[in-house]
Design a protein around this ligand. Structure first.
Ligand code: EPZ
Length: 438
């Protein structure tokens, strides 16, 4: 398994570029199921979850080209023939966002078999709200042998009020509704920019959608959708992660190719900590810090509140702020997996239920640490960038799920970070430095 070796202490200086949003690309790739025509998506991030989604679509009979040449990060998807509308457990267990094919498959094929995603490191991640919406639209749903089977001759419009705000639930049912007979009214929807992005693709394919990005979405079903070309928007969580990287290292960093309008809650919190953030044109932000950070509480909320996907990264910064920071995680029940590893590096963090209390400023020292989930891994990278000495982060495949070549991007702005395979890793790898660290 690959590891990162990171020597802390360098301020990040220069320009770092943000890739396309993983959490936008995943539903957009699933939307291609809804038409027999080709769908072309630009600005696709080169991350593991996209490869997993490619495998999933191919396993159902789709043709998926995925290229990351210099000029293009593009995928061309053709679901002309879907021979097997099944999302197999072997794939779903590695990526719960596979449930995003549920709605499109029922809408296109009248049948979907999707392995139950099961839990993951941050929580049990149910999809009951997805299923409830599909049943309201006329699907019958059976569960056996760890699989869900949803069937419908043709889905019909419904009035859906989400019990809880769910991002992929909103996206899944939006994709089901666009081919349903009649009108669907969805209330208490997620307002995330990723919902807006997949709705923009669906409209480009011929769908009739009003209200994406608000809590209330109206869909008028159509009988057929055609192909389209769509550019995935910038990844706001990667951008936020890089803003924290510039701040925690006391650097002067330009985060380019981002969409500042998606980052308001993150920017507000960082500025409250004393970080200086200035707009550079319409798609870049400059982040500076001299290191004198002040503690500032956060409480994660659905968009446009402070995103849960930035909680772990912000906590790393909070360890370097003077004072006590209270971090409340309202979205997931177990999203403090990074705390134990931060404490091993010298952080002072106490967890009580959904609240973590961070006392700073504490100097961090290098350690051999373990990545556990995507954003917890990002938090450990940030901590290692400021820790004294050389840290080794194990199981970085977690971070590869959602960050495109993060070690190359960070090295490009002065970080001392390199990837290495373990002693038995494949290919030409640097010999593991564990012996030198232990
Ligand atoms: C999406 O997950 C993102 N993933 C997550 O990003 C993100 O953390 C999350 O939204 C919250 O913003 C993708 O978009 C692929 P939810 P999702 O449904 O849709 C409960 C990352 O780091 N719930 O909005 O699965 C659920 O348990 C990932 O990139 C139900 O109870 O999250 C949670 O407590 C991690 N029943 C809350 O709602 C349901 O049917 C919000 O979950 C669905 C959700």
């Amino acid at each position: 398994m690959d590891k990162f070796v990171i020597r802390g202490g360098n301020p990040l200086l220069g320009t770092i570029r943000v890739s396309g949003a993983k959490n936008s690309a995943l539903p957009c790739m699933a939307a291609a199921i809804l038409t027999e025509d080709e769908v072309v998506l630009e600005n696709i991030p080169q991350v593991r979850d996209i490869e997993t989604e490619r495998k999933l679509l191919v396993s159902m009979g789709a043709e998926v080209e995925l290229g990351y040449g210099r000029a293009q990060h593009r995928t061309t998807i053709s679901c002309r023939v879907l021979s097997d509308p099944t999302a197999k457990y072997e794939i779903v267990k590695t990526m719960r966002a596979s449930s995003l094919v549920l709605g499109p498959l029922v809408a296109r094929c009248g049948l979907a078999r999707v392995a139950l995603p099961g839990g993951c490191a941050i929580g049990d991640r149910p999809i009951d709200l997805h299923l409830k919406g599909l049943e309201l639209m006329g699907a019958t749903i059976l569960q056996e042998h760890g699989y869900l089977e949803a069937r419908a001759e043709r889905l019909h419009g419904a009035h859906i009020v989400f019990d809880k705000i769910t991002v992929t639930g909103t996206e899944d049912l939006l994709m089901a509704a666009v081919l349903a007979e009649g009108e669907t009214l969805m209330e208490n929807c997620a307002r995330e920019p990723e919902v807006v992005d997949v709705a923009a693709l669906l409209v480009a394919m011929g769908a009739n959608i009003q209200g994406a990005g608000t809590s209330t979405i109206r869909v008028k079903g159509v009988t057929k959708l055609h192909g389209a070309r769509h550019r995935i928007h910038a990844d706001r969580i990667e951008a936020g992660t890089f803003l924290v990287a510039g701040a925690i290292t006391g650097g002067d960093l330009v985060v380019a190719n981002c969409q500042p309008s998606h980052l308001s809650a993150i920017i507000a919190k960082l500025e409250a900590c004393g970080v200086r953030i200035t707009a550079m044109g319409t798609d870049s932000l400059r982040v500076r810090s001299e290191g004198n950070l002040r503690a500032n509480d956060i409480s994660t909320e659905e968009y446009p509140g402070f995103p849960t996907d930035m909680q772990a990264q912000y906590m790393a910064l909070a360890t370097q702020a003077e004072g006590t920071t209270t971090v409340v995680e309202n979205i997931f029940e177990n999203r403090f997996m990074h705390v134990g590893e931060l404490v091993r590096m010298g952080a002072n963090v106490k967890v009580d239920g959904r609240t973590a209390t961070v006392r700073g400023k504490t100097p961090l020292s290098s350690a051999v640490v373990m990545c556990s989930d995507l954003r917890a891994s990002a938090s450990l990278v940030l901590a290692a960038l400021v820790a004294d000495g050389e840290s080794i982060l194990d199981r970085v495949y977690h971070i590869d799920r959602g960050y495109e070549r993060i070690e190359e991007k960070l090295r490009g702005v002065g970080a001392q970070i390199r990837r290495m395979g373990d002693l038995f890793g494949s290919g030409k790898r640097e010999v593991a430095l564990e012996a030198q660290v232990s």
